[in-house]
Design a binder for this molecule. Structure first.
Ligand code: ZN
Length: 323
């Protein structure tokens, strides 16, 4: 198993009472499931064998930006992939074993821009990685699941650094939604966010309540994720075009959290962060103000958890905190 596909964070079943900020969660999927899925698409025995030997893994750490989902309207056409946002230079990995068949502008695919890579996984299954700042594999190279193939970047039509990730099934050009495609192969493309179900209690529930209040709701931050909070989250999910299931999971968390840094004052989103930090033993005052003490606490947390130490509590830091 390759370590490059692991991310900081703790497993969803981790008890509220036993935080372990150093635990790492491996995002590899089950190779057997992938082999069955690929073979079911009519792959040749050789392709099926290669799929059977490899697992699927998360192509990049990051979060889902608003409007970056598959099918989102893009100038009259529909968005062909799932965007994953992080800082420029973030490692991009092969989602599964295969062969690099394109390494060119837009991967030679209509409508795509920026430095792109297409990997053939056999069985008419392909993945595409767009907007790369750097290539780290050669054309025609054989790659393994989790092997670094490039750097996240800003080439092509972008508003900021991200990976444009596509999954093609049934032939190159036949895109499918990468999120369920990867889920079926055991990979949470959103990566490592916890899932909070109705009736949960604890710090994460309290953080959700504070975040919801910053979003304009009026919840009592009592740490009980009961019917009132659940109904508010369902309303929020509907407003975001999400399935209103009342669960705060990999799709809802990225829409709920805020990017926060020193200087943000008097906000429920900062209170949410402070509660989450205190679950990680930061011991900060929950006053809604992101001052120097918070800045120091966030940097310490980032350092201990091998995150980028910039004092910015963005989605990656949030994910590690509430995961
Ligand atoms: Zn995109």
């Amino acid at each position: 198993m390759c370590d490059t596909c692991s991310v900081p964070g703790s497993s969803p079943e981790e008890a509220e009472t036993s935080p372990n900020p150093l635990s790492r969660r491996v995002l590899f999927g089950a190779g057997i499931g992938a082999a069955i899925a690929v073979a079911g698409l009519g792959g040749s025995p050789a392709h099926a064998a290669s799929a059977m030997n490899g697992a699927w893994c998360n192509p990049a750490l990051g979060y889902f930006p608003n409007g970056g989902h598959y099918g989102a309207p893009r100038g009259g056409v529909s968005h062909a992939g799932q965007d994953i946002t992080n800082t420029a230079g973030t490692a991009v990995y092969a989602a599964a074993a295969g062969t690099v068949i394109r390494r060119s502008w837009g991967g030679g695919l209509t409508g795509r821009t920026g430095n792109g890579i297409v990997i053939s996984h056999g069985g008419n299954v392909y993945t595409y990685y767009g907007h790369l700042n750097a290539y780290r594999v050669a054309l025609n190279a054989r790659v393994s699941a989790g092997q670094r193939i490039g750097d996240m970047g800003t080439t092509g039509n972008v508003t900021g650094p991200h990976l444009h990730f596509e999954t093609h099934s049934g032939g190159l050009g036949r895109t499918v939604n990468p999120v369920p495609f990867m889920t079926a192969r055991g990979v949470d493309l959103g990566g490592g966010w916890s899932r909070i179900d109705p009736e949960a209690r604890g710090a994460r529930a309290r953080s959700i309540q504070h975040l919801m209040n910053q979003r304009g709701y009026s919840l009592v931050a009592d740490g009980y994720y009961g019917p009132v909070s659940v109904n508010a989250v369902k309303s929020f999910q509907r407003s975001q075009g999400l399935v209103a299931d009342g669960q705060v999971g990999p799709l809802t968390w990225p829409r709920l959290v805020y990017s926060l840094r020193q200087g943000v004052a008097d906000g429920s989103h900062v209170r949410a962060l402070q509660v989450a930090m205190n679950k990680r033993s930061a011991g900060v005052v929950v006053d809604g103000n992101f001052g120097p003490v918070m800045n120091s606490a966030v940097r310490t947390y980032q350092s201990v958890n091998r995150l980028v130490v910039d004092g910015l509590a963005g989605a990656v830091t949030w994910r590690a905190l509430v995961g």
